[in-house]
Structures are given as C-alpha cells and as structure tokens.
Write a protein that binds this ligand. Structure first.
Ligand code: PNS
Length: 162
C-alpha cells in the first residue's frame, strides 16, 4: 500500500491544506494527515480540536485519515509504514527550509519528501495570516471551509471576552 503523510500544525486547516490533501488522495492509496503535538508552540486550537476540525472537512475522502504525533516525523513514518512526506510549496520563500527538512529526513530514515505546488489561488494563504485577519474581524470566508470558519469565529470571540 502506498501511504503518504501530510504533516503540519493545522491551526486551523485552510483551503491551501485541503487542496494538497485532496490532490494527494488521488495519487496515493492512503493519506495520513498528521497533526504535530508541540508543547512549546502556542496554538489557538488544541490537538484534539484540530483533529476534529480536519475530520469534519475530510470525511468525504475515504482514503484520508487523521492522526497526531510528537517527536521526529521520520520516526512516526517508520512506525506507521509510511514511505513519503508530502508538502505544499506556496512560494520560493518556503523552499529553503523545506529543502533542508527534506534532506535531513532522508538522511535520518530514508524517507522521501514530495513537493506539490499550491494552487495559485491559495498560494498566499497561511493559518497564521488567516488568524490575524480574522482577529481584526476581516473576512476570511474564502480561505477556510465553512465549519472551520464557524469554529474560528467562536474561538476568537471567546478569546476576546477573556
Ligand atoms: O504547519 P507547520 O507548523 O508549518 O508544520 C511544520 C512541521 C510540523 C511539518 C515540521 O515542523 C516538522 O516536521 N516537525 C517535526 C519535527 C521533526 O521531525 N523535525 C526534524 C525535521 S526538521
């Protein structure tokens, strides 16, 4: 079985992520979306909330599953018989760091990294930008699936009350 992992923070999932996931699901037998557990990084949503939000918008793809991991991504890949990592590349600015990561991941455990060009319509979307715009009540409805947008608005409203 050809299995690929799509790793990230997904805080929250955007149409940019979904585009890569959808295209990967047509190329591989199974796509595992792996949500990074990183206790040093402050996130708006907990890992279980992020998993739920991803499941909500990927349930129509029968070969997509969602999981979380902490530690080295390559160790997760080995433990789960995953031979490759798939990443979306939005712009050349993404490339330097992604290249370094792909090289170290190959050196560590022979795990391949495949880069997929993000659709031009999504190339400027990032979870961080979306959160920033939404925090100032900007319209982010074209960057996020509807259920994710509802949760984002609710979370930001809760945060403002505190
Ligand atoms: O969505 P993000 O935050 O840009 O995703 C980055 C991520 C989680 C894919 C990357 O930081 C990662 O793979 N971290 C796991 C730790 C690891 O394996 N490090 C060694 C390679 S740099």
């Amino acid at each position: 079985m050809k299995r690929v992992v799509c790793p990230g923070s997904f805080d929250p999932i955007t149409f940019g992520h979904l585009d890569i996931i959808e295209r990967a699901s047509s190329l591989f037998d199974e796509v595992v979306i792996a949500v990074l557990v990183n206790h040093t990084k402050q996130t708006l949503f907990t890992v279980s909330e992020r998993i739920e939000m991803i499941q909500e918008v990927t349930s129509k793809y029968s070969n997509v599953k969602v999981d979380s991991w902490s530690g080295l991504l390559v160790d997760y890949c080995k433990a789960n018989e995953i031979g490759a990592i798939i990443k979306g590349l939005r712009a050349v600015t993404d490339f330097d760091y992604e290249l370094q990561m792909s090289q170290i991941n190959f050196q560590l455990q022979n795990i391949e990294t495949l880069f997929m060009s993000t659709a031009p319509s999504h190339s400027f979307i990032s979870s961080s930008l979306v959160k920033e715009v939404a925090s100032y009540d900007g319209d982010v409805s074209s960057y996020l699936p509807a259920p994710t947008l509802i949760r984002l608005k609710a979370r930001l409203a809760e945060t403002k009350k505190k």
